[in-house]
Design a binder for this molecule. Structure first.
Ligand SMILES: Cc1ncc(COP(=O)(O)O)c(C=O)c1O
Length: 417
């Protein structure tokens, strides 16, 4: 039987999706995407924050094709490995903000969060700290949608509706802005029961929140006091979004683990992983009686995906795209600051090539997005009615101006409707 409408879209109210025309994207080139209707749109969101080197790179297609012709993949279980996976892990270790990094591969961001949090608990058990089970996360934080990420979600629409409590019970949410409030919650809970603290260095989906002054410094102090691990969820920020290889480097976070995904392949193929510091990895590497951490997915270290990631990193280095992000950051800041006092705007936030426009009450971000799309710019409205700006690193200063001035014009149209 032929079927229509079989695709269950992501994060979507399906009756609404199916009662309106869907936007089908059929092509990508550089910082632009093209719809099935032939509209060419400037990709101001970088897809879902992944299209860092831009769309449609032939070099990447060639790297994938060559690897597939040679060996599509071979798994990395036990003593087996494949060359691209080995090379990529070593490359990532050189870009990590700490020495002697170990790299575990997964298939995406949610996988990586799940793995890092399990590893945190395993670590504490092996350290003889059986009571250390709680994972602390921040209100409005987003850590993907696996059971662990859902359990530590700070956005209630993602965590609610699965029955009482969280899927994994040992969780604790703390304030994302006020470090004093966060510290109080941690102390009231009992810091000695905490296995790990996980946070996005710059909160993404929850509203483009750069780290409040002193927040992570205090978290590091608490981690030391109570002996819990710090995990930087860099699924959005790793591999250049802030003009450094990691946000941890930019903010001197010194985490025990870093989760990554998106930017490692710029979205050309799915890949995620966890960069693990010696504070956690060393016990699994030392001596004949070293314990095993039972991780490993069929596609962990997939050879073709790893070949694509290596090519992606090569392009970022060859074209100095980190330098470019650093050059573009002040342009984005200058443009966004001019929006700050628009009556349709509550707040603007920016860091690296990430910008957020927090819209005033009564202004619909979806309306702004629709107006902008009609004018050739694709933007994303985040759940808290915040516009997400995160274009590919290859965008020009002029295109950044087009995006932000386009938002202003769209707000003039939409505000007061
Ligand atoms: C900070 C963060 N963690 C985890 C994830 C989940 O990644 P994925 O959608 O690849 O599973 C995301 C996705 O946007 C994210 O932004």
């Amino acid at each position: 039987m032929p079927q229509t409408n079989a695709l269950w879209s992501a994060q979507a109210h399906m009756p609404t999706v199916l009662s309106n025309p869907q936007t089908v994207i059929v092509k990508g080139d550089g910082a632009y995407i093209t719809t099935a209707d032939g509209d060419r749109l400037l990709d101001a969101a970088g897809g879902l924050w992944y299209a860092n080197i831009g769309h449609g790179r032939d070099e990447i297609a060639q790297a994938a094709a060559e690897q597939i012709r040679t060996l599509e993949t071979w798994h990395i279980f036990g003593r087996y490995v494949n060359e691209p996976a080995l090379e990529l892990a070593n490359k990532i270790a050189t870009l990590a903000p700490f020495d002697d990094a170990k790299v575990i591969f997964t298939s995406g961001g949610s996988d990586s969060v799940d793995l890092a949090l399990k590893l945190a608990r395993r670590h504490q058990q092996l350290q003889g700290q059986p009571e250390k089970l709680t994972v602390v996360s921040r209100q409005d934080g987003y850590h993907g949608l696996h059971a662990y990420g859902t359990s530590v979600a700070g956005l209630s629409f993602n965590s609610d509706g699965f029955g009482p409590g969280t899927l994994i019970p040992e969780t604790l949410l703390v304030d994302q802005w006020d470090i004093d409030a966060a510290e109080r919650t941690i102390r009231e809970h009992g810091g000695e029961k905490i296995a790990a603290f996980i946070a996005e260095p710059v909160m993404g989906v929850g509203g483009l929140v750069p780290p409040p002054a002193g927040y992570f410094e205090r978290i590091k102090e608490l981690a030391k006091e109570f002996g819990f691990l710090v995990i930087a969820d860099e699924v959005v920020t790793a591999f250049g979004r802030l003009g450094t290889w990691t946000a941890s480097e930019r903010f001197n976070l010194e985490p025990d683990m870093i989760t990554f995904a998106k930017g490692i392949t710029s979205g050309y193929l799915p890949l995620g992983g966890v960069i693990v510091a010696p504070s956690v990895s060393s016990q699994f590497y030392a001596g004949n009686d070293a314990p095993i951490f039972h991780q490993g997915l069929t596609y962990s270290g997939h050879a073709t995906v790893a070949a694509v990631a290596l090519k992606n990193l090569e392009i970022i280095e060859r074209e100095n795209l980190l330098g470019r992000v650093r050059e573009l950051e002040p342009v984005l800041v200058e443009e966004l600051e001019q929006l700050r006092h628009h009556p349709g705007v509550k707040d603007v936030r920016h860091i690296g090539l990430m910008g957020g426009v927090d819209l005033a009450d009564g202004v619909s971000g979806l309306d702004v997005v629709a107006v902008l799309e009609g004018r050739g710019v694709h933007l994303r409205n985040l759940p808290n009615n915040i516009l997400q700006i995160s274009p590919p690193f290859i965008v020009t200063a002029e295109e950044i101006r087009t995006i932000v001035r386009g938002i202003r014009d769209a707000l003039d149209t939409v505000h007061g409707r």
